[in-house]
Every structure is written in C-alpha cells, then in structure tokens.
Ligand binder design. Sequence first.
Ligand code: UDX
Length: 441
Amino acid sequence: MARLCVVGMGYVGLVTALCFAKLGNDVIGMDKDTEKLKLLSEGSPTFYEPGLDELLRDGLDKSMLSFTNDLNWSIDQSDIIFICVGTPPGENGQPDLSQVEEVARSIAGNLNSYKLIVEKSTVPAGTAERVKQTIKLSGGEDVLFDVASNPEFLREGSAIADFLCPDRIVLGVDTRRARIMLKELYRDFDCPVLITDVATAELIKHASNAFLATKISFANLVADICEKVGANINLVVDGLGFDRRIGREFLNAGTGYGGSCFPKDVKAFAAMAGALGINNTLLKEVDRINEDRICSIVKKIEDALWICKNKRIALLGLAFKCNTDDIRESPGIKLVRELVRKGSIVACYDPKAMDNAKSELKSLGDGLSFAETPYIAVNEADALVLMTEWPEFVQLDYSRVKKLMRTPVIIDGRNMLQAIEIEKLGFWYSGIGCHRENRKS
Ligand code: UDX
C-alpha cells in the first residue's frame, strides 16, 4: 500500500484523505490550522457532509489516518503527496495560486526519495508545469519526482459516494512511473479511467465545471423566456433532457449556482481564455446570467409586495444547496444582504448552515434575525422565500404556515412545491420560469 499525504484539510482534502484511508491506505492529513487538526484528531469533522463522521472515526480507530501540521515530516513519510490547498479567486477572476506555490517550495526542500506530487485542487492548465519548475529551481536538478494531475469531481452533499463510485477517473501523467503508481492506487475502482497528459487533465476539470455551470445558466435564461411567453420551464427541461445528447441533469432553473467551485471556476476559466487571447464572451455571459438571479428573485418579491422596505421576509435556505452547511457564494446569503440593504426585516432559517450564516452575516444588525424553526421564521411574515431545496421545506405544514403569515406570499426559488396545491391553500405562489397567470389558466 502506498503511503499518502494529503496537504490541505478543506473540503476536497479531507474527503480525499478519509476515502483513501477507507480503501486501506496509510494517510497523513496535513494542514496549518492546528484548531482544525485538533478537532479531526478527536474524530469531529470540521464541516457537515453526510457520512463523514463515520469515515473519520473508522480511519482513526483503524490507525489508517493521522493528522499533523508538520509539512516537512508529512513529505518525508510519504510516497504520494496530494495537493488539495485552496485556490481562492485572485485579481481579475484569476485564481490565487500562492498556496500551491508554497507547498511546491516546501516539497522541494524535503525530497529525500522519489515522490509523486498530485494536484487535486482545481487549477488552470499549465499549473503542474509551474509546480515542476518551482521544485526544480528550489530543490536542485537531480531531485527525483513527478507531478501529476488527478482532478476531483466531488459534489458537496454526496462527496463520499462521488469519490468511491465516480463516473470516471482522470489521471494526467507525464511518466510511466507516475502512471503505474496512480493506476495501482485506483486499482479497485470500477469506472472508466482516462489517462492523459497533465495539461489535458487540468483542463478537463475546469471545462467540466464551466460546462455544468453553462447548462444551469442556459436553463435560467430559458426560464426567463418561459415567464414571458407563458411556458413552463420544468416541462421544457424535461423535454430537453429526454434527448440523450443533452441529458436532464444540471438543467434545474432557480436561484443560480453557488458554492466554492462553479462561480470561481467559471470566472477563472474566462480569465484564462481571455489571457490567452481567446474570446471568452460565452463564459462571461454564463457568469452574468448567474449574477442576475438574485435581482430576479427580488423582482418577484416586489411583484407581490410592491416595496421591500419594512416588509417582513421569511427566508428559508442559507446553504448554497441542500445537504451541506456550506454558505460560500450562496444565493440565500446574497439575497439576505440585498433585502436588508433594501430595508426589509428578514428572518432566516437553515437546517445545517445557521452557525456559518450567523458569523458571515453578523454585521447586518437589526434587520436580520435567525429563527430556530421554519415556523418561527414565517411568523407574521409578508412573504416566504425558499432558496435551498432542503426536503424538510417541502414537508412543512403549509396550512399552518399560512395561518402564521401576515400575507400569504410564497416565492419558490427552487420550484420545489406543487404550485396548484399551494394555491389551493390560498397562497399567492410564484416559482421560477412559469408565469403565474398563464400557469393558472
Ligand atoms: C461542483 C461539481 O458538481 C463537482 O463536480 C466539482 O467537483 C465541485 O463543484 P458542488 O459545488 O458541490 O459541486 O455542487 P453542485 O451539486 O454541482 O451544485 C453547484 C450549484 O449549482 C449549487 O448552487 C446548485 O444548487 C446549483 N444547481 C445545480 C442548479 O442551480 N441547478 C442544477 O440543475 C444543478
């Protein structure tokens, strides 16, 4: 079994470390944040992800996992080093690769034997070459190592299943040795394994995320057209999706895509294309359509209530999607900010993301409160806005909700309720991509 080190215990890094440990590898999880390491060593995950706590406890119990902040020691002990550090947005949409560079320099100083360095973080094509150059410059010409790219395609909320049963594995390698080591590491996986050069693997990751984001923005554009012509977006995308060349997935119109990947990756991909002198209008438009989604939800609230100022809005859903507590680039969080800016009094609720939201939004002051239950949030509200597709929001007792609200208005940003049923209860209901008047007739 290979000895692995995973540098960076963020989302991708922790899931990668735990899953490789589950598969029987000896794994060191390395991070600078000692508070995080303390929690992990005690068996407490640092974010919510279904199944993560069992996997963490199991790895620790079986001594397949350890955590440290000592990068030099981790490198010394390992054959394969996965780089999973953050690549946050930098200037002009380009990713800030300083953490990747820092790890590369540390690796250069600690090459006691051959090491395979594997990029997992999403990076622009050409980054592996830079890592290689940095290690050579800082470590000397005769150091033994390879740099490979093995992008992850994990979705938050189903990250463990996505890791263990992927649609495909992409291995970007330049040498036979790197190819053999990575193929051996993934030998038990029953899915297509695509072996490419390193730059191609890097590009597959960026292009995949940009393409999925394009599907979502396309669906949102069609949703806007549906509202004008009286068509129904849910049925339009079903009609599109039956065509196997298109597929139904990632065509749900709604509040727009959020999270730590799509918004950042589309911008970074556009910036990379632009810097290469390639027309990036398509990617910029995907981003623009997405940025506009919050305005279109506000417009729906104004269609019902006329003016947002002093209106009490119950906002359910602060995570960027369900099954996660992650609020990065979350449409719910953006909407809270916009409504408070317009003078609304917002009461919000989320099943998992309350703590993260509280610390993110603490500066908003009196205009915002955090309710302990959805029913408390809707009490005396002028409108209820659904922003994340948590199943518990579908299962609410909407007769009770109606009695609690001041005016019975529901804006369904995820098209998750049955419009006709909700209207029968006496609600003014507005979903996405389906004109109210036309739908009723
Ligand atoms: C994404 C990619 O799916 C994954 O392969 C990559 O490794 C990381 O980025 P993630 O950000 O966890 O994963 O979430 P995902 O399920 O892809 O959803 C991203 C955003 O798009 C969410 O805000 C989601 O609500 C939104 N979305 C998704 C839609 O608005 N409509 C859809 O049809 C699908």
